[in-house]
Design a protein around this ligand. Sequence first.
Ligand code: FE
Length: 160
Amino acid sequence: MNRTAFVTALGGSAAGLAMFYGRAWSAPSGAYAVTHSDAEWQRLLGADRYAILREGGTEPANSSPLIGENRPGTYRCAGCALALFSSKTKYDSGDGWPSFWDVLPNAIRKKADYELIEARTEVHCRQCGGHLGHVFDDGPSPTYLRYCIDGLALRFVPLG
Ligand code: FE
Protein backbone atom coordinates (compact mmCIF):
# COMPACT_ATOMS: atom_id res chain seq x y z
CA MET A 1 0.00 0.00 0.00
CA ASN A 2 1.46 3.33 -0.92
CA ARG A 3 1.29 6.40 1.26
CA THR A 4 -1.74 7.90 -0.47
CA ALA A 5 -3.69 4.67 -0.24
CA PHE A 6 -2.77 4.38 3.42
CA VAL A 7 -4.05 7.83 4.21
CA THR A 8 -7.19 7.25 2.19
CA ALA A 9 -7.82 3.99 4.01
CA LEU A 10 -7.97 5.89 7.27
CA GLY A 11 -11.16 7.57 6.09
CA GLY A 12 -12.47 10.26 8.42
CA SER A 13 -9.13 11.22 9.87
CA ALA A 14 -7.56 11.50 6.45
CA ALA A 15 -7.80 15.28 6.22
CA GLY A 16 -5.62 15.92 9.21
CA LEU A 17 -3.20 13.25 8.23
CA ALA A 18 -3.02 14.53 4.70
CA MET A 19 -1.81 17.85 6.02
CA PHE A 20 0.67 16.05 8.18
CA TYR A 21 1.80 13.86 5.32
CA GLY A 22 2.21 16.98 3.25
CA ARG A 23 5.40 17.51 5.17
CA ALA A 24 6.64 14.04 4.37
CA TRP A 25 9.90 13.18 2.73
CA SER A 26 10.76 14.79 -0.54
CA ALA A 27 13.80 14.33 -2.70
CA PRO A 28 16.54 16.55 -1.33
CA SER A 29 17.04 19.72 -3.28
CA GLY A 30 20.39 21.15 -4.13
CA ALA A 31 23.24 20.19 -6.35
CA TYR A 32 24.25 16.56 -6.59
CA ALA A 33 27.11 15.19 -8.64
CA VAL A 34 24.96 12.33 -9.90
CA THR A 35 21.54 13.25 -11.29
CA HIS A 36 19.00 11.48 -13.47
CA SER A 37 15.45 12.15 -14.55
CA ASP A 38 12.74 10.31 -12.64
CA ALA A 39 12.22 7.98 -15.59
CA GLU A 40 15.92 7.18 -15.69
CA TRP A 41 16.04 6.53 -11.96
CA GLN A 42 13.10 4.15 -12.26
CA ARG A 43 14.78 2.26 -15.07
CA LEU A 44 18.16 2.16 -13.34
CA LEU A 45 16.94 1.18 -9.88
CA GLY A 46 13.84 -0.91 -10.43
CA ALA A 47 10.63 -0.36 -8.49
CA ASP A 48 11.77 -1.52 -5.04
CA ARG A 49 15.01 0.44 -4.86
CA TYR A 50 13.35 3.47 -6.47
CA ALA A 51 10.70 3.52 -3.74
CA ILE A 52 13.41 3.78 -1.10
CA LEU A 53 16.06 5.93 -2.71
CA ARG A 54 13.92 8.36 -4.70
CA GLU A 55 10.63 8.34 -2.78
CA GLY A 56 11.89 8.05 0.78
CA GLY A 57 10.18 4.75 1.44
CA THR A 58 11.13 2.22 4.09
CA GLU A 59 11.56 -1.47 3.38
CA PRO A 60 9.73 -3.92 5.67
CA ALA A 61 11.56 -4.78 8.89
CA ASN A 62 13.74 -7.88 8.73
CA SER A 63 13.40 -8.09 4.96
CA SER A 64 16.96 -7.30 3.95
CA PRO A 65 19.51 -10.08 3.36
CA LEU A 66 22.16 -7.52 4.29
CA ILE A 67 21.11 -7.70 7.95
CA GLY A 68 22.94 -11.01 8.18
CA GLU A 69 25.87 -9.98 5.97
CA ASN A 70 29.03 -10.28 8.03
CA ARG A 71 31.80 -10.43 5.44
CA PRO A 72 34.40 -7.66 5.29
CA GLY A 73 33.67 -5.13 2.59
CA THR A 74 32.04 -1.87 1.65
CA TYR A 75 28.41 -0.87 1.48
CA ARG A 76 27.89 1.38 -1.51
CA CYS A 77 24.97 3.52 -2.58
CA ALA A 78 22.67 1.52 -4.85
CA GLY A 79 21.97 4.73 -6.75
CA CYS A 80 25.46 5.97 -7.53
CA ALA A 81 27.98 3.49 -6.03
CA LEU A 82 29.48 5.98 -3.60
CA ALA A 83 31.09 4.14 -0.67
CA LEU A 84 28.86 4.83 2.35
CA PHE A 85 29.59 2.34 5.13
CA SER A 86 32.36 -0.06 6.08
CA SER A 87 31.69 -3.54 7.38
CA LYS A 88 33.95 -2.53 10.27
CA THR A 89 31.19 -0.34 11.70
CA LYS A 90 28.28 -2.71 11.02
CA TYR A 91 26.58 -4.26 14.01
CA ASP A 92 23.48 -6.20 14.90
CA SER A 93 21.10 -3.64 16.36
CA GLY A 94 18.12 -5.98 16.28
CA ASP A 95 15.99 -3.18 14.83
CA GLY A 96 15.23 -5.03 11.58
CA TRP A 97 17.47 -3.07 9.23
CA PRO A 98 21.18 -3.10 8.42
CA SER A 99 22.79 -0.95 11.12
CA PHE A 100 26.08 0.87 11.45
CA TRP A 101 27.64 2.94 14.20
CA ASP A 102 29.57 5.17 11.81
CA VAL A 103 29.59 6.35 8.24
CA LEU A 104 32.50 6.75 5.83
CA PRO A 105 33.89 10.28 5.46
CA ASN A 106 31.98 12.65 3.19
CA ALA A 107 29.39 10.02 2.29
CA ILE A 108 26.08 11.36 3.52
CA ARG A 109 24.05 14.45 4.28
CA LYS A 110 21.47 14.71 7.01
CA LYS A 111 18.25 16.59 7.44
CA ALA A 112 15.45 16.77 9.94
CA ASP A 113 12.54 14.50 9.08
CA TYR A 114 9.06 15.09 10.46
CA GLU A 115 7.33 12.25 8.66
CA LEU A 116 6.52 10.61 11.98
CA ILE A 117 5.30 12.40 15.09
CA GLU A 118 8.79 12.49 16.54
CA ALA A 119 11.48 14.28 14.65
CA ARG A 120 14.10 12.00 13.21
CA THR A 121 17.27 12.69 11.32
CA GLU A 122 17.10 11.47 7.75
CA VAL A 123 20.29 10.53 5.96
CA HIS A 124 20.82 10.63 2.23
CA CYS A 125 23.66 10.07 -0.18
CA ARG A 126 25.99 13.03 -0.61
CA GLN A 127 26.53 12.22 -4.28
CA CYS A 128 23.05 11.43 -5.63
CA GLY A 129 20.67 12.58 -2.88
CA GLY A 130 19.16 9.12 -2.55
CA HIS A 131 17.31 8.43 0.70
CA LEU A 132 19.17 5.85 2.79
CA GLY A 133 17.46 5.74 6.17
CA HIS A 134 17.82 7.52 9.50
CA VAL A 135 20.37 8.05 12.24
CA PHE A 136 19.51 7.73 15.93
CA ASP A 137 21.55 8.42 19.04
CA ASP A 138 21.07 5.04 20.69
CA GLY A 139 23.95 3.20 19.06
CA PRO A 140 26.98 1.53 20.60
CA SER A 141 30.34 2.98 21.61
CA PRO A 142 32.38 4.75 20.37
CA THR A 143 29.94 7.02 18.49
CA TYR A 144 26.67 6.01 20.21
CA LEU A 145 25.01 6.45 16.84
CA ARG A 146 22.78 3.98 15.04
CA TYR A 147 22.57 4.43 11.30
CA CYS A 148 19.41 2.50 10.46
CA ILE A 149 19.69 1.93 6.73
CA ASP A 150 17.42 0.35 4.15
CA GLY A 151 19.22 -2.61 2.61
CA LEU A 152 17.64 -1.76 -0.75
CA ALA A 153 19.55 1.53 -0.71
CA LEU A 154 22.84 -0.36 -0.51
CA ARG A 155 24.96 -2.65 -2.60
CA PHE A 156 27.48 -4.69 -0.64
CA VAL A 157 30.88 -5.17 -2.24
CA PRO A 158 32.91 -7.86 -0.45
CA LEU A 159 36.58 -7.18 0.09
CA GLY A 160 38.99 -8.82 -2.30
FE1 FE B 1 24.20 7.80 -4.09
